[in-house]
Design a protein around this ligand. Structure first.
Ligand code: HEC
Ligand code: HEC
Ligand code: HEC
Ligand code: HEC
Length: 236
């Protein structure tokens, strides 16, 4: 469990898992293997698929919020004069055609074709699955749950997504796959400050970004030190 963000759903999720375990014991464990999501065969499906379920305001409109971030235009950015100038310094003619640039400006770069359900065209830009991993199993499970819930689902509560169905906790190291000094325009990366800019929490979850002022201990390991800890009263 990441301590970098305030997640209130953990308790709830734990209770739900405990309930599911008790329920499956009740059923003589017959459902046990069905309940476990299979990691194998989980493919990248592209952000357009997530859009169908993640664009309502009630649940936080993750797709709309993502569209408004630089991540959603990261590939187009490689076609700008600014990019061509940066490219030239690296001996690159067309950044949109050079792996040396494309690798951090698209989703699932370098992933085997057998693990992609979406076409490369549909995986341009830094999409949901760049941070949350492949979403095929999650999509299938949620469509099945929606079908089971019938015509009048209770949208006041969030559905409980079993652990492992999709990657939920995204940590600083997941961002630093791209936000590192291999980027020709690298700027120091303070996770909490950056997360604030791209956050897309569901208002019903109660989760929120913890302020770097309280989340980040003012020691040598804190990368937010310059920005955040400078604002704190210094310990004697
Ligand atoms: C697959 C690579 C990749 C990953 C993973 C990634 N980013 Fe980015 N990020 C980019 C690129 C490329 C840009 C620049 C896009 C542009 O300017 O067009 C960017 C831009 C940003 C910006 C906008 C900067 C600005 O000044 O407007 C923020 C904020 C940001 N990222 C936060 C994050 C956070 C937080 C994470 C992890 C939770 C993350 N990123 C993960 C590639 C990535
Ligand atoms: C290691 C990953 C990585 C590689 C490789 C990479 N970029 Fe980026 N790029 C990023 C990230 C992350 C950002 C966002 C910068 C930030 O906010 O720190 C970015 C931002 C940009 C921007 C927006 C300007 C800015 O300051 O935000 C341009 C233009 C750009 N990259 C062009 C290129 C070009 C051209 C190449 C190839 C020569 C390239 N990038 C290679 C990760 C990468
Ligand atoms: C740059 C990385 C990044 C991208 C792109 C991204 N997310 Fe997230 N997402 C995160 C992080 C970080 C969290 C917070 C994780 C935590 O609280 O531990 C999160 C949380 C969530 C949550 C949980 C909300 C809650 O209230 O707990 C949902 C749902 C979600 N993302 C869906 C999406 C969808 C759908 C897209 C694409 C339209 C998307 N995300 C794109 C990084 C990303
Ligand atoms: C068929 C509908 C559907 C599709 C398609 C879908 N989701 Fe979800 N997703 C849900 C539901 C339902 C939840 C549970 C929260 C709720 O009730 O809104 C959820 C929750 C999540 C969570 C948070 C899980 C948690 O435990 O807090 C993430 C992250 C997420 N989705 C990402 C994605 C991404 C990324 C995609 C596309 C690759 C996607 N979703 C596609 C319906 C869907």
């Amino acid at each position: 469990m990441s301590s970098l963000v305030m997640r209130r759903s953990f308790g709830l999720r734990f209770v739900a898992i405990a309930f599911a375990v008790v329920a499956s014991i009740g059923l003589g464990l017959a459902q046990g293997d069905k309940a476990a999501p299979k990691a194998a065969g989980n493919k990248y499906i592209g952000a357009d698929k997530c859009k169908s379920c993640h664009s309502s305001e009630t649940s936080g409109n993750q797709h709309g919020k993502w569209l408004a971030t630089a991540h959603a235009k990261a590939f187009e950015k490689l076609g700008t004069d600014e990019a061509k100038k940066l490219g030239k310094e690296k001996g690159v003619d067309d950044p949109q055609k050079a792996d040396a640039c494309v690798k951090c400006h698209v989703t699932a770069f370098g992933v085997a074709a057998t693990e992609l359900k979406a076409k490369p065209e549909q995986l341009k830009n830094v999409q949901c699955e760049a941070c949350h991993g492949p979403g095929e199993n999650h999509m299938k499970a949620r469509f099945a749950a929606a079908a089971a819930a019938g015509d009048n689902p209770d949208t006041s509560k969030r559905q409980v997504v079993p652990e492992g169905e999709i990657k939920v906790e995204v940590e600083p190291k997941d961002c630093k796959v791209c936000h590192n000094d291999q980027s020709p325009s690298f700027k120091p990366f303070c996770f909490h400050e950056r997360l604030e800019k791209i956050q897309h929490y569901d208002p019903r979850s109660g989760n929120k970004v913890e302020s770097p002022l309280t989340a980040c201990p003012c020691d040598d390991k804190c990368e937010c030190k310059k920005g955040a800890c400078a604002k704190l009263p210094q310990k004697q």
